[in-house]
Design a protein around this ligand. Structure first.
Ligand code: PAF
Length: 285
């Protein structure tokens, strides 16, 4: 695996792969890699000739007072994980060169960015869309890989790709979970041991809502309310529980197959997000 921090070196490696007619798969990350990231890298490995992974803790997507300074950073362990998952190129841009002092451009993806995470973390998706626009231009991949746990991020990326005509295929990987259901996240590392068992209440409550929808409950408000009550009863601080159309992130009234229930909670100073997508009893795996 080759590692670059300069965009011109990265572009040269991608250009060389293009001359060999290799397709380029790109997995953007902020590091502190876990099995969810690894599953995306493995999928890119199966589907593409050159696999590029970026690790960049993007300051622009953290609001003042958020956890930028303490966001987990594990560069050596991450490099080993990526090499064994089959990545060809690790791109770790330097923050000062990526965002020089005069940097003044931002990319706003309206509507899909506004509810859910966007309402609780104003400016977050501007940071995500801006960093991804730069990374997409630098890497110029054929396919880009994202995890479904970040449901709203996926919706933002889909719009960004369509609106700005990026010739990129968006690939969405399933959420990878701990045995007790907790969705893997780099931020799980912040959970103190005594809070960790309670964190599983998030996925448990979402799965319970999905099971109720499978049994015929179609009232999205009732599912939102009862999920919120279950989370509060488990001692979690609830930022939101919303039934949304995952393509537009608009709230919906009816919990039909394809609609998602997304939630964000706070536990022992850590924010966790997760979601389920309703399916029908018949399409159930
Ligand atoms: O999901 C993440 O890790 C980040 O939001 C991303 C997509 C790498 C952009 O910084």
């Amino acid at each position: 695996m080759r590692t670059f921090s300069a965009s011109d070196e990265l572009r040269a490696a991608v250009a060389q792969a293009r001359r060999q007619s290799l397709s380029v798969g790109f997995v953007p990350t902020m590091g502190a890699l876990h099995a969810g990231h690894v599953s995306l890298v493995r999928r890119a490995r199966e589907e593409c000739g050159l696999v590029v992974v970026s690790i960049f803790v993007n300051p622009m997507q953290f609001a003042p007072g958020e956890d930028l300074a303490r966001y987990p950073r594990k560069p050596e362990a991450d490099a080993e994980v990526l090499a064994s998952a089959g990545a060809d190129v690790l791109y770790s841009p330097d923050a000062v060169r990526f965002y020089p002092a005069a940097f003044s451009t931002s990319v706003d993806v309206a509507v899909v960015s506004e509810g859910g995470e966007g309402a609780v973390r104003p400016g977050h998706f501007r940071g995500v869309a801006t960093v991804l626009t730069k990374l997409f231009l630098q890497v110029a991949p054929d396919a880009a890989y994202f995890g479904r746990k970040d449901l709203q991020q996926v919706a933002v990326v889909r719009r960004l790709i369509e609106d700005l005509d990026f010739p990129i295929r968006l690939v969405v990987g399933d959420t990878v979970r701990e045995p007790d259901g907790l969705a893997l996240s780099s931020r799980n590392a912040f959970l103190p041991a005594d809070a960790r068992p309670r964190a599983a209440a998030l996925s448990r409550a979402l799965f319970a809502a999905r099971d109720r929808a499978r049994r015929g409950e179609s009232d999205a408000r009732a599912l939102e309310t009862d999920t919120r009550l279950a989370l509060e009863a488990a001692g979690l601080g609830v930022d939101y529980v919303e039934a949304v159309d995952p393509a537009t992130m608009e709230r919906v009234d009816a919990a039909r197959p394809g609609i998602a229930l997304a939630a964000a909670v706070r536990i022992a100073g850590t924010r966790l997000i997760d979601n389920v997508v309703f399916d029908s009893e018949r399409s159930r795996p």
